[in-house]
Design a protein around this ligand. Structure first.
Ligand SMILES: [Fe+2]
Length: 179
């Protein structure tokens, strides 16, 4: 085999290798397999946020009693914040090159947080809120750890913001519940 043919083979091998490496990355240069796993975890979080969001809207609508005005407003503030985060999580999934879960049937099937209906007692609603935030924080911590392992700084930053904010909310909700 002559030298030119040799070079052509080497160069072909090089290109094939390079293409294989490129194929394993997503658009933002993260490992594709790991990004897929991350997208699945984010979709699980998205399902939990979505069911939780609807629960909080229900609390906002159905709450009764002396603390109505205060709780009605507080619940609105919380579900508005959840709605913003729902959009951020979904768009993070897209940024990782995958599709965000976008059907109620999927959310209901996947969510660890279950639907809560017909709550009109303020205390019961706040207890449910607290439990929901605790579930979200545990899930966000697991995602944060995985994001660190795969150098996914974008997801990492998002999760650490959520955890910090929601931990503070847990403190406030716990204080509310103390007699
Ligand atoms: Fe309202």
């Amino acid at each position: 085999m002559n030298k030119t043919a040799d070079m052509a083979i080497i160069s072909n091998e090089f290109i094939t290798k390079k293409l294989t490496i490129m194929k394993k990355m997503n658009a933002i240069g993260l490992d594709l397999e790991k990004s897929k796993e991350m997208a699945e975890k984010l979709n699980d979080l998205l399902a939990n946020f979505s069911v939780y969001y609807m629960n909080v809207r229900g609390f906002h609508w159905n709450i009764k009693g002396e603390k109505f005005f205060m709780l009605h407003e507080k619940f609105e503030e919380i579900y508005d914040d959840l709605a913003e985060k729902i959009d951020e999580i979904a768009e993070r999934v897209l940024t990782l090159s995958f599709t965000p879960a976008h059907a109620y049937s999927t959310y209901i099937e996947q969510s660890q947080i279950k639907e809560v209906k017909n709550v009109s007692c303020g205390r019961e609603a706040v207890e449910s809120l607290l439990e929901g935030f605790q579930t979200l924080i545990m899930k966000e911590r697991a995602i944060l750890e995985m994001a660190g392992d795969m150098s996914d700084e974008g997801t990492n930053a998002l999760m650490s913001d959520y955890i910090r904010e929601q931990e503070k909310t847990v403190w406030m909700l716990s204080s509310f519940l103390q007699k």
